[in-house]
Design a protein around this ligand. Structure first.
Ligand SMILES: [Zn+2]
Ligand SMILES: [Zn+2]
Length: 352
């Protein structure tokens, strides 16, 4: 079988490997769709603390496929089942895992990080993932591509659920990547009265706006805070999400917030970055500054339903699809920053 293998900083190679054989407590999945995430490109750039610049790993944690082999000690699962996985596997016994927060486990293991992931034709689902509840059967009506995108949506949902968005709210989304696109879709699904997206490239704003924006702000042309205040009639926004790793977006988000406003700093910044924020505004205006990372199994289950019921049409963020033989080109494309979401279809040879 073919696998796109990370071989150290900046290097991805298409390798021929023997098909992996599941152990007695594992299953083997034929991968039909695996999407490239910012985490994958971060690893490739050599910037992920859990994957060394000299490690070898099949990346990819947003994937879906079909069970084609089952270890003899695995119960419940059967051949031919269509499945997807929650990538972060908790240790099962720490305080966070006991609360069901596998994404907050300090000792988690993840597909595409610690365990070979989705950018290969066949992938082992480990015993820990099966017993941890990380394997999901996907509904018959859901495509593999949709199912692969449930993972990034679940991370967005994890942030979204604590922002308590209602139809009364004005929402500000800073950034124009696929995560920003999914937040736009959530804002639309939750009926927010005004949804403003901020970006610095006109063509990206044009591409992303149909996902749910009522207004766009081009930060290369206007002052973001002034423009958001103008668009909201001087009120400011009730909810803001920063979806690009830039400190100034966090400052802008806070400046745009109305009384009792809520922020999620969704995109992490480079390690060690300190940001100066007006904490008096937080104090006197009763603001909530939140953060989130990854998603729990429960978040994943909720996101799966949002997709199944058509409330969020995740495939709208997909702009490019590549076959297995084009995996290296797919990464080059994702690294170039063009388009929104890139999908690799490991059972197709070529799609470009
Ligand atoms: Zn991801
Ligand atoms: Zn744990």
């Amino acid at each position: 079988m073919k696998a796109a293998v990370y071989k150290g900083q900046g290097r991805i190679a298409l390798d021929e490997r023997p098909q992996p054989e599941p152990r007695d407590d594992e299953v083997l999945v034929r991968v039909f769709a695996a999407s490239i995430c910012g985490t994958d490109t971060k690893v490739l750039r050599g910037g992920h603390f859990r994957v060394g610049v000299n490690d070898t790993r099949v990346l990819g944690h947003e994937l879906a496929g079909e069970i084609i082999k089952i270890g003899q000690h695995v119960s419940h699962w059967r051949l031919g089942q269509r499945v997807s996985v929650v990538p972060n596997i908790g240790c099962g016994h720490c305080d966070m895992c006991r609360k069901g927060l596998n994404n907050m486990c300090p000792d988690y293991k993840a597909f595409g990080i610690d365990i070979d992931g989705g950018f290969q034709q066949h992938m082992i689902v480990t015993a820990g993932a099966i017993s941890g509840g990380n394997l999901f059967e996907i509904p018959e009506t859901m495509s593999y591509e949709e199912a692969s995108l449930v993972e990034p949506l679940s991370c967005c949902f994890n942030a979204w659920k604590d922002l308590s968005v209602t139809p009364e709210d004005r929402v500000l989304i800073l950034g124009t990547g696929p995560i920003a696109g999914m937040f736009l879709q959530l804002a639309r699904a939750y009926g927010a009265r005004q949804v403003i997206v901020v970006g610095r490239r006109a063509e990206r704003l044009e591409e992303i706006a149909p996902l749910g924006a009522t207004h766009t702000v081009d930060s290369s042309k206007v002052d973001v805070v002034d423009e958001v205040m103008r668009l909201t009639g001087g009120h400011g926004v009730d909810v803001a999400l920063t979806c690009a790793p830039a400190a100034e977006l966090q400052v802008q988000a806070l400046s745009c917030l109305a009384r009792l406003g809520r922020i999620n700093f969704f995109s992490g910044l480079n390690k060690g970055t300190l940001v100066e924020l007006d904490t008096n505004k937080v104090h006197y205006w009763g603001l909530k500054l939140l953060g989130s990372t990854g998603s729990s199994i429960e978040d994943y289950a909720r996101a799966l339903r949002l997709v199944e019921t058509g409330q969020v049409r995740v495939t709208e963020v997909v702009t490019h699809r590549f076959g297995m033989c084009e995996a290296v080109a797919a990464f080059d494309h994702a690294l170039s920053g063009r388009g929104m979401k890139t999908i690799i279809c490991p059972q197709e040879e070529r799609l470009q």
